[in-house]
Ligand binder design. Structure first.
Ligand SMILES: [Zn+2]
Length: 64
């Protein structure tokens, strides 16, 4: 029972989405799930990371 409980808790994750913080239960076998619903939050952050990477590389070009 105790082992089962800790195993279950280990699968509870907090969505890293911007301003989301949702807790969800990762039922995937390898616990690869990251987002609360895998659609809205994942996409939004992916777009923003892409944008930031673009800006950083542009800045680097300017310095060089
Ligand atoms: Zn989320």
């Amino acid at each position: 029972m105790q082992v089962l409980l800790s195993e279950e808790l280990h699968r509870v994750k907090e969505c890293p989405g911007d301003g989301c913080g949702w807790l969800f239960f990762d039922r995937s076998r390898n616990q690869s799930r990251r987002w609360c619903n895998g659609q809205d939050c994942g996409n939004r952050v992916r777009v923003r990371q892409h944008y930031q990477r673009h800006r950083i590389s542009k800045k680097g070009e300017d310095n060089a």
